[in-house]
Design a protein around this ligand. Structure first.
Ligand SMILES: [Zn+2]
Length: 352
């Protein structure tokens, strides 16, 4: 995903949480800073971010068949099991459920993602940031403290300048959104050469370009950065919601689920596993097509969707964008909830 798509997803997430009506304090904290924080959503893709452990185009968990013998079972997720792990709210679940191209023998095999540089690992990055976010929220300044339920008795002993500001919270949530959103992009979870970035050619690039073409220019850095201070938060959220119709998106803000897995790391692993299945649905791994062992570097979207291409592509667009926004809302809310002392949380509900 490129800059404007990442910016739109993060801003759209605030609007989804606001419409859900159950994350009022979190929305109150970050919404006023939506425009200025937007850069956070694309910082991980910027050259200088490399020094901090990032790397352009490489926030991935690229999977392929696992040939090892050790812990083989760990890398198998049969279809029913994966669907359970993903839950019913994600469109990825119905996309995978409706597929008939991946047969039982595909689902019964182990698949694993090998990441050479730890900082590129999507689940690691999301987990690291989400744990740090909780600590930063606890150490928030007075404004943050007022909105986060529960007293933090040691906070008054921290230098007031060292305490986390609302602007920082917004910026870091947006940075986290980058990794969550990348996990929803099928090419980031598929080790085949056809899913590599390929210098602006083929599947990966064509999908990114297609999505940013639908998002359109309102979320371009050129428009966001220099004028960000003058864009009213309500206006930027309204602009973000106007993109929904072009993707055919219909959210259910009142039923944002809780994290399905035990923690953010596992949740991201499951999302990446789902994205890998999606990549294998859209570019068949059959020996006659694009097997995991082949060296084909480039495949074009029109070759993958020769029939009903418009409908099939729209389904894919809708699924990826819906889930990117929803996954961010789920994980942001989870972090916020985790920073609240247990006794202050409202009675546990299935959805909140
Ligand atoms: Zn990225």
């Amino acid at each position: 995903m490129n800059q404007r798509t990442h910016a739109w997803i993060a801003i759209r997430t605030i609007a989804l949480l606001e419409d859900g009506g159950k994350s009022k304090d979190l929305v109150k904290l970050i919404k006023p800073h939506a425009a200025k924080a937007a850069i956070g959503a694309w910082i991980p893709d910027l050259v200088d971010a490399k020094r901090a452990g990032s790397q352009i185009g490489k926030h991935v968990l690229k999977m392929k068949p696992y040939k090892g013998k050790v812990l083989k079972e760990r890398f198998i997720a049969e279809k029913e099991e994966l669907l359970e792990r993903l839950g019913k709210s994600r469109l990825m679940s119905s996309y995978i459920d409706n597929d008939t191209s991946l047969k039982t023998h595909w689902w019964n095999k182990p698949y694993k993602g090998d990441i050479k540089v730890p900082g590129q690992h999507l689940a690691n990055r999301a987990m690291a940031m989400s744990v740090m976010m909780r600590d930063l929220l606890i150490m928030g300044d007075q404004k943050v403290d007022k909105l986060l339920p529960g007293a933090v008795r040691f906070a008054k002993n921290i230098d007031s300048k060292a305490r986390t500001k609302a602007e920082q919270v917004a910026l870091y949530f947006f940075m986290l959104s980058h990794f969550i959103s990348d996990a929803c992009m099928p090419c980031h979870a598929d080790a085949r050469k056809i899913s590599a970035y390929n210098k602006g050619k083929g599947l990966h690039h064509e999908l990114e370009t297609r999505w940013s073409g639908i998002v359109k220019t309102k979320f371009d850095k050129k428009k966001l950065l220099p004028v960000s201070s003058s864009i009213k938060p309500d206006k930027i959220l309204k602009d973000a919601k106007e993109v929904d119709a072009r993707f055919g998106l219909k959210f259910k803000p009142k039923s944002i689920p809780n994290l399905v897995a035990g923690d953010v790391w596992l949740e991201l692993i499951n999302i990446c596993r789902g994205s890998f299945a999606v990549a294998s649905i859209i570019a068949s791994p059959k020996p006659s097509k694009y097997p995991y062992s082949n060296k084909v570097r480039i495949v074009h979207l029109d070759k993958l969707f020769p029939e009903n291409s418009s409908e099939k592509l729209k389904d894919l667009d809708r699924m990826v964008m819906h889930d990117a926004v929803l996954n961010n809302a789920i994980i942001w809310r989870h972090i916020w909830q985790q920073a609240i002392p247990a006794k202050m949380k409202k009675k546990k509900k299935k959805t909140a």
